[in-house]
Design a binder for this molecule. Structure first.
Ligand code: SER
Length: 642
């Protein structure tokens, strides 16, 4: 959907703040009201099997709500990085089409764990928006859960909202979840109260444009959700009362920045415009072309942020699980680059801009810069090799199926139910041979007005998995056991600190020793072992890429204890050193961790600075493009496709 170009009717008094300043002021506002500032957790939830990614601020506090975990504070404030690409909250399809939905976004939140409840949550939200941010109160509307008389009365009698700017929604018993928030099918949940911003009646799309059309109507935007946590939804069971009532609020940084900066789309805030600028520079596009191509620009900007943060948090492109979500994100972005006419790699540049924009708020991005850019470069080049050939194959199949006009950005759900259907087996072949994720095939088919037999695709995929499953069963069981162990260590001991930028050796403490999925306090003799340290100079990779090798020795560089053959990150920022033991290793003792300097130097040569990386990329991309051409994509088809 193109973003309307009508400027919003920006009220006077509103503070046109940069996003970085909004983050800072939010934290300071609640810190001044007794809240402890808590850092954002990783996008990969530690030890939570119910979620693929952190999809909201409450993920890291889930066990605090249930009373299972105690913290030293009962009030907290944070800015949490979130990803909504899977499960109950999934905005992948909306990206690019909607001016306010993202896969990756930041949620600012204030939290009460059995401390304050509805009154303070509502009053502080109101004060922050109207006093601290200068938003006129008459631009705000509030909704409550249908039978939440307490919240309703606070808004009406204490805040003084007029009835025409209030609404009650939701009826959980009748299956209407509106204004009742839950992170996943199970877990802490409760009624909520949303705050919506009114951009002005001139943006109304018809008489129906009231706050409850906030998701689609440009006049209203939901900016803040105040959740009053009262219940725990048991898996396949009843909803029971939590031991104490809590507050979870989520204020979308991108949406608030949009309001404050007086723009209509999140993509026009200072969180995104530098990414567009980088891409426009690469493509030589002027502002008019940018407007005409917003859909692809927005997909690329959104996905550049998501991929950068995912890799920073230890995910690498892979064929399963989290790594596959990342792969889908990168591949969709590569394809949108092609739609814009870009044949050379570009995602390293847009990701570098993301790191520039976000690096101050998230120093992890700066620390991991080289690793992030190298992983993106690898995946981009790999997919670019098959993208043209796969696209040509797909179009060859699609074009005879339909006379429909091609519309870039047509939603798959807008394709007529009786439209022609592309066979699932064909979609599977594209997946298998050319690495086309199914959603990319569906997106491309929808552009041509064709549906994809998704069920047929799943059958073909299932058959292939079944074939390769047999011999892997035992391996998978071992892997699951190990993952649970790693999660437990991560929860108990926290992340491994990487100290390898300063030096290739360091004195470190042994946190855990594992062999065949069993944790030992002490291991003696020879054989394989996995060791986790509190800090490490070893640079870890994942997803099949080998990290540093070297030695663990007795403290001070004494006798060898473990010949490190592999370094990897199985969970979040936990680093595991796997290798052969010689002698005795004990949990709690200090060891010297020494990276093989020769190998590190070779790795470094490949990672030294963006300049070299870019040049290398251009070389690789050149050969990749020629190879794609030689696979026989006739020019006219490519011309038609792009
Ligand atoms: N959990 C709520 C949400 O994500 C408020 O933080 O909307």
């Amino acid at each position: 959907m193109p973003t309307p170009l009508v400027p919003p009717d920006q009220p006077p008094g509103i503070s046109p703040l940069p996003a970085a300043e909004v983050r800072r002021r939010f934290l300071a506002f609640f810190a001044a009201r007794g809240h402890t500032v808590v850092p954002s957790a990783s996008l990969v939830p530690a030890g939570d099997q119910t979620l693929l990614f952190t999809n909201s601020g409450m993920v890291q506090f889930k066990e605090v709500f249930t009373g299972a975990e105690k913290r030293s504070y009962t009030r907290a404030v944070d800015v949490q990085r979130c990803l909504r690409v899977a499960g109950k909250h999934n905005d992948f399809e909306e990206v690019g089409r909607s001016p306010r939905h993202h896969t990756f976004f930041e949620m600012m939140g204030n939290w009460s764990f059995g401390d304050y409840f509805k009154r303070e949550a509502i009053h502080w939200a109101w004060e922050f928006l109207t006093v601290e941010m200068g938003i006129p109160g008459e631009r705000l509307a509030a909704t409550t859960y249908t039978d939440d008389e307490v919240a309703w009365a606070i808004w009406r009698d204490e805040i003084g909202l007029p009835p025409e700017r209030m609404a009650r929604w939701g009826n959980v018993e009748a299956g209407d979840d509106k204004n009742f928030w839950r992170m996943a099918e199970a877990g802490p949940c409760g009624p909520c109260s949303e705050i919506h911003y009114d951009r002005g009646a001139h943006l109304s799309e018809g008489p129906e444009c009231v706050p409850d059309h906030s998701e689609t109507c440009p006049r209203w935007t939901e900016i803040w959700n105040l959740v009053f946590m009262e219940f725990d939804q048991l898996p396949d069971g009843p909803r029971v009362a939590l031991p104490f009532s809590s507050v979870d609020t989520g204020l979308g940084l991108e949406r608030l920045a949009t309001v404050l900066q007086g723009v209509l789309s999140n993509y026009d805030t200072d969180l995104f415009t530098p990414i567009h600028a980088t891409l426009r520079r690469l493509l030589g596009h002027d502002p008019e072309v940018f407007e005409a191509e917003r859909f692809s620009y927005q997909v690329i900007a959104d996905h550049s942020r998501a991929m950068t943060f995912l890799i920073a948090d230890g995910v690498l492109p892979a064929n399963e699980g989290r790594g596959y979500v990342l792969r889908r994100i990168i591949r969709r972005a590569v394809r949108h680059g092609r739609l814009l006419g870009r044949r050379e790699p570009f995602l390293v540049e847009t990701a570098a801009t993301v790191i520039e924009v976000m690096g101050e708020a998230y120093p992890l991005l700066r620390d991991e810069r080289e690793r992030i850019l190298a992983a993106i470069a690898r995946e981009e080049v790999q997919f670019a090799r098959t993208l043209d050939a796969g696209t040509a194959q797909l179009e060859e199949a699609l074009i005879p199926l339909t006379d429909a006009e091609r519309v870039v950005g047509r939603r798959p759900e807008d394709v007529a139910p009786d439209a022609p259907v592309l066979a699932g087996a064909f979609a599977f072949r594209l997946h298998d041979t050319y690495g086309f994720p199914i959603d990319l095939t569906i997106e491309l088919a929808a552009e041509h007005g064709v549906r994809v037999d998704r069920a047929g695709f799943e059958v073909a995929l299932g058959e292939q998995r079944e074939r390769s499953r047999g011999g892997r069963k035992a391996e998978l069981a071992r892997h699951a056991q190990l993952t649970a162990q790693y999660d437990e260590i991560l929860r108990r001991a926290g992340a491994t600190t990487f100290v390898g930028y300063e030096s290739t050796s360091a004195e470190c403490r042994v946190l855990a020793i594992l062999r065949d999925g069993t944790a030992y306090d002490e291991l003696t003799g020879s054989g394989e072992a996995e060791v986790i340290l509190d800090r490490t100079p070893f640079y870890a990779e994942g997803g099949g890429q080998v990290g540093d090798t070297g030695e663990l020795r007795e403290a001070g560089g004494g006798s060898p204890l473990l010949a490190v053959e592999e370094t990897f990150r199985p969970a979040g920022t936990l680093v595991v050193h796997r290798g052969r033991l010689h002698g005795r290793l004990r949990v709690g003792e200090t060891v010297s961790a020494e990276v093989d300097p020769g190998r590190r130097a070779r790795t470094m040569r490949n990672h030294t600075g963006t300049h070299l990386l870019h040049r290398a990329l251009r070389n690789v991309a050149g050969s990749g493009a020629r190879q794609a051409g030689s696979l026989g994509s006739p020019d006219y088809q490519i011309g038609r496709a792009h």
